[in-house]
Design a binder for this molecule. Structure first.
Ligand code: ZN
Length: 294
């Protein structure tokens, strides 16, 4: 399943829908007609016991009856998750990125966080005040979405706790990030976590550790790698996090970025108003956002 969130008008709350050939199935509407209560938001769905089966029943009912099916032209996309409980990020997690900077391969993941208010959707602008930060950068990342409450899980079982994957851009204000001594402010400006377009459930991803990943800014390819270069895989990261704290449905885990970020290029390629940034991950999708000054 490809789970997204949509709006019927610009002012209504986003609702969780599934992409189908007939259109977008509003899971909450189709589900209640079919006798299974889910939604309205993606996080509400993921909170449900047996949410996969419930979503499938709603989609089957919609296919048979047309209930809850919207034409793609009649809806706007929002971020597939707009209210994550937390966003956990991993630093320096690509072998080729570590080698590029002559950094040693870390023994354990280095975790940091972005505040949930950073989340924005596909097609929405990445915005900042150019007097507040002058060094805004992109980071292509595979993002794992937690599908059930998880505490002290072994790596062998960890992927069972993942709902699916989406494309993320860990937008970073490098001057704030590197000036502060720790990273949370530079990583947490509003709109600095574009995600989407869909949450692709794990059953549709053959191997999350063998996916091409890239970034293009104004059509120029600036990052290109594969998740085969991840130092710590999604299973190890989920296990590692769950030894420290409880992961909850809808939590986002940004798994790190490959080489080619703007700040380390010669000359540096930092983002400016009007720039279009597209992050792509094989099998998951492409996420495009345009930059604007506040
Ligand atoms: Zn990152």
């Amino acid at each position: 399943m490809r789970l997204g969130q949509y709006q019927t008008t610009a002012t209504d709350d986003p609702w969780c829908g599934v992409s189908t050939e007939a259109g977008v199935v509003d899971l909450s509407t189709a589900g209640s007609a079919a006798g299974v209560d889910v939604g309205p938001r993606t996080t509400d769905l993921l909170d449900e016991w047996e949410w996969r089966r419930k979503a499938e029943l709603a989609v089957e009912y919609a296919a048979e009856t047309g209930v809850g099916v919207h034409d793609y032209d009649d809806v706007e996309r929002a971020a597939p998750i707009t209210d994550p409980g937390k966003i956990v990020c991993v630093g320096l997690n690509y072998r080729d990125h570590a080698e590029e900077g002559d950094n040693p391969i870390p023994d354990e993941p280095v975790l940091f966080s972005k505040f949930p208010t950073t989340v924005t959707g596909p097609g929405e602008p990445i915005t900042w005040d150019p007097e507040y930060t002058e060094k805004v950068d992109y980071e292509a990342e595979l993002v794992a979405v937690i599908g059930e409450e998880t505490r002290r899980v072994d790596p062998e079982d960890a992927l069972d706790h993942v709902a699916g994957f989406l494309v993320g851009n860990d937008v970073s204000a490098r001057d704030l990030q590197h000036g502060d001594g720790q990273w949370v402010r530079g990583k947490s400006l509003d709109t600095f976590a574009p995600i989407g377009p869909d949450l692709v459930t794990t059953d549709e991803v053959a191997n999350p550790h063998d996916l091409d990943i890239w970034t293009e800014v104004n059509g120029e390819r600036l990052q290109e790698s594969t998740t085969a270069n991840l130092i710590f895989g999604v299973d190890e990261l989920v296990s590692f996090c769950s030894r420290a704290f409880t992961l909850e449905p809808g939590d986002l885990l940004f798994t790190g970025t490959p080489p080619g970020v703007g700040v380390y290029r010669e000359p540096p390629t930092l983002l400016e108003a009007g720039d279009s940034v597209t992050i792509g991950i094989e099998e998951i999708g492409e996420l495009t956002n345009t930059c604007a000054y506040e």
